[in-house]
Design a protein around this ligand. Structure first.
Ligand code: ADP
Ligand code: MG
Length: 215
């Protein structure tokens, strides 16, 4: 599902990743753990082809990224769900519209969109907020909306960047339970976090990012 071979990345002369290699198999749930500034967000951006490595090879959902052309990029991205650290919800669209949009872009027929949106709203406890704007729901609800939006097109792989940042342990475990349920349905889950304790509590595989390398 994810395969990195000697991947290096730098922002100008700041080297962030040095010859990083690892694999994640289909159906796995893996934590990428590392302190703030260790390169977690950078690594995720490489995985969804938002950045290009300066060296090495990587392949994600069966696509060799060094060979990915601009035309194939949207098709590649459709196979991946992204939960951004700052959610990136559409502020002027309702909860319901935020969820429907990725389905429309994927060409899903409207009756199916309605069905899928309702199902996820229900699953995420957001049904009563469907007409609200993101600014009018709680931070936690926005987080669940961001997760819902990431998975509505049923991606093979979910990449989540610090999805429990700022949450206490109870709420963090709730988010992890949501991700675990998705994993149980077969989705591969890759979560970046600086919270090593949380990752350890979840009993999943942990990849540690430190000093530009995997440990
Ligand atoms: P993390 O997500 O683990 O906190 P990042 O991947 O955001 O780490 O950052 C890794 C390093 O790269 C940090 O030193 C950060 O300051 C730097 N960095 C991140 N984004 C940029 C950017 N767009 N331009 C230059 N440096 C960056
Ligand atoms: Mg980060």
């Amino acid at each position: 599902m994810i395969q990195l071979h000697q991947v290096s990345f730098s922002y100008d002369d700041l080297s962030v990743l040095e010859k990083v290699s690892f694999r994640v198999e289909r159906g796995e749930f893996v934590f990428l753990v590392g302190p703030s500034g260790s390169g977690k967000t950078t690594l995720l951006r490489l995985l969804y082809a938002d950045l290009d490595p300066v060296g090495g090879d990587l392949s994600v959902v069966g696509q060799q990224l060094t060979r990915l052309d601009k035309v194939s990029l949207p098709y590649f991205r459709q196979k991946i769900g992204l939960v951004f650290q700052d959610f990136k919800l559409l502020a002027n669209k309702t909860v319901q519209e935020n969820l429907a949009l990725p389905q429309r872009l994927a060409g899903t027929p409207p009756p199916t969109i309605k069905e899928n949106v309702n199902k996820l709203l229900n699953q995420m406890g957001l049904l009563h907020h469907q007409k609200a704007l993101p600014a009018d729901i709680s931070g936690n609800e926005r987080r669940r909306l961001a997760i819902a939006r990431a998975v509505i097109n049923n991606p093979l792989l979910l990449l989540a960047d610090a999805p429990t940042e700022g949450l206490d342990l109870r709420l963090s475990l709730e988010v992890m339970a949501l991700l675990d349920a998705l994993n149980f349905q077969g989705m591969t889950i890759f979560v970046a976090t600086s919270d090593r304790q949380l990752a350890e509590k979840c009993n999943k595989r942990i990849i540690e990012l430190r000093d530009g390398g995997i440990h």
